[in-house]
Design a protein around this ligand. Sequence first.
Ligand code: CP3
Length: 340
Amino acid sequence: MNLADSAFLRACRRQPVPHTPVWYMRQAGRALPEYLKVREGVPMLQACATPDLAVEITMQPVRRYGVDAAVFFSDIVVPLKAIGVDLDIKPGVGPVVAQPIREEADLDALRPLEPDDVPYVTEAIRALTGELGGTPLIGFAGAPFTLGAYLIEGGPSRNHDHTKAMMYGEPRLWHALMDRLTGIVLAHLRLQVEAGASAVQLFDSWVGAVAPADYRAYVLPYTRRIFEGLADLDVPRIHFGVGTGELLGLLGEAGADVVGVDWRVPLDEAARRVGPGKALQGNLDPAILLAPWEAVERKAREVLREGRQAEGHVFNLGHGVLPSTDPDQLKRLTDLVHAS
Ligand code: CP3
């Protein structure tokens, strides 16, 4: 099948589809025994830098679930590591940065990203487009706010105290940091599309911590520059964050074609908040997959029904697959979405 005719790309473009397309954030990962097996003894960032492994792990959920899109196996901190930022991904914790960014001089750690910095990304994506055939590959990056939050805090954080202190207290430094990250993120997304990715998702996972007026002042100019910088590549641009109910209109305004929604806002209401001209992606609570199938089925049908109010709907979870999820639940869910 021609890629452009895939249900996923058609739904992103708000064209009629034979069935609602579905994929899952973090579909590759610890919920899959075959993932745990190939990752044994290989640190996360090393796996990301090994094309054969990245290809295999990206393919695993496509084979097992029959999802409508693959998402490239990598991590949002990969481009930062590639330009020399001293960081690691600690199992069960997340990204940890050795030298948090707190002052002007710390920005020197953030030089521009060149395609040659991530040859393994290009190589893996080229190989994947061959293996995937008619199934689209989604490339991705972390958005400047979310990457900035890890860099400023030095690791995961509940309230993003240092991040907000810089945003409000040192706006010049904040804007300089966002500006550098914007260049890196845009370069990273462009090289993934140039290698063969059919769509891109910008993860602004933690931006739900910010009020709408502050989003407009401190974040939106940068996400807008990223989406505008991709416009000539003609691939759907997806924008997602957690807890962004109050920001949905602004996420669309930043220039995405598809707005990702977490489980807190029903899709029909999200469609009203985002406004016309956008497709939606989401939004089953990932935790419901830990409940018996009957509960999953009931809720999934609700999501599908509410999704019909959007101009295009890509079924997904409201955030990533939880590691304790039974893969059989995801297989059944994929079949249910395809049959409805
Ligand atoms: O299947 C996919 O979705 C593709 C791969 C993917 C990973 N990370 C692999 C990964 C994607 C799209 C990401 C994005 C990512 N990474 C985000 C944005 C998405 C989101 O969840 O909001 C964020 C915030 C990160 C940072 C990060 N990396 C976290 C919070 C963690 C989890 C830490 C843990 O162990 O619980 C990681 C590590 C990570 N990235 C894993 C995977 C499969 C787990 C690594 C392992 O197997 O130990």
